[in-house]
Design a protein around this ligand. Structure first.
Ligand code: ADP
Length: 186
C-alpha cells in the first residue's frame, strides 16, 4: 500500500495535477475538500458543523478531518491524498494511521506558485465556477491559513527526505511530467 501526498496553496493546481497523476499510476485520488463538500451537500451533522468554516475560508478542526480520512482509507489500496494533511497534527495522525494499515508514505509533492499568480488564478476561477469560497475576502483567508498552518508541513516532510518541490508554473502537461519524474520510485 503506497501513499503520495499533494500539498499546495489554493490555486496551485494540486487538484488537477493529483488527478492526472492518479490516472497515470492507477491510484485512488482522495480529495479532502470534496469529502467535506459532500458532507455539506448531504446536510449530515458534520456537514452542518463545517459549512460556516468552509464558507469563511477557515480550516476545519483537525480531529474532524482525521476521522473522515480514516473512514475512507482502505487497507491494501494505493492513494493520492489531495488536501490532507494540512497541519502538522494532521500529518502526525496520518503517520499513525498509515503504520496501522501497513502503508508507506512514498513522496510528498509540494507545488510552488507565487502568491500573485495564485490570486489571479483564484479570482478567475471565482468568475467561472462560482464556488462559494472563491471570493476576494475568503481567498485571502485561505492563503493566510495556508501560510500559517500548512507551510510548516513542508519542513516536517523535508526533514524526512520525503518532500519534492515542483514548480506549478507552465503547461499543465509539463508540470505533470515533472511530478512523474519526482515519484518514479513509488
Ligand atoms: P483549496 O485548496 O482551493 O482551498 P479545497 O477544496 O482543498 O480547496 O479545500 C476547501 C476548504 O475545505 C478549505 O478552505 C478548508 O476549509 C477545508 N479543508 C480541506 N482540507 C482540509 C484539511 N485537511 N483540514 C482542514 N480543513 C480542510
Amino acid at each position: 500500500m503506497q501513499v503520495i501526498l499533494f500539498v499546495g496553496p489554493p490555486g496551485s493546481g494540486k487538484g488537477t495535477q493529483a488527478q492526472r497523476l492518479a490516472q497515470e499510476l492507477g491510484y485512488h485520488h482522495l480529495v479532502m475538500g470534496d469529502l467535506l463538500r459532500q458532507e455539506i451537500q448531504a446536510q449530515t451533522p458534520l456537514g452542518l458543523k463545517i459549512k460556516p468554516l468552509l464558507e469563511a475560508g477557515l480550516l476545519v478542526p483537525d480531529q474532524l478531518v482525521i476521522d473522515l480520512i480514516s473512514q475512507h482509507l482502505r487497507e491494501g489500496a494505493n492513494y493520492i491524498l489531495d488536501g490532507f494533511p494540512r497541519t502538522v497534527p494532521q500529518a502526525q495522525a496520518l503517520d499513525h494511521l498509515l503504520t496501522q494499515k501497513g502503508a508507506s508514505l512514498c513522496a510528498v509533492i509540494a507545488l510552488d506558485v507565487p502568491e500573485e499568480e495564485l490570486l489571479t488564478r483564484l479570482l478567475k476561477r471565482a468568475e467561472i465556477e462560482g464556488r462559494s469560497d472563491d471570493n476576494p475576502q475568503t481567498i485571502q483567508r485561505r492563503l493566510t491559513e495556508y501560510r500559517l498552518k500548512t507551510q510548516p508541513l513542508l519542513d516536517f516532510y523535508e526533514a524526512r527526505s520525503l518532500l519534492r518541490r515542483i514548480s506549478g508554473l507552465g503547461l499543465i502537461s509539463d508540470i505533470t511530467d515533472r511530478i512523474k519524474k519526482a515519484v518514479q520510485m513509488c
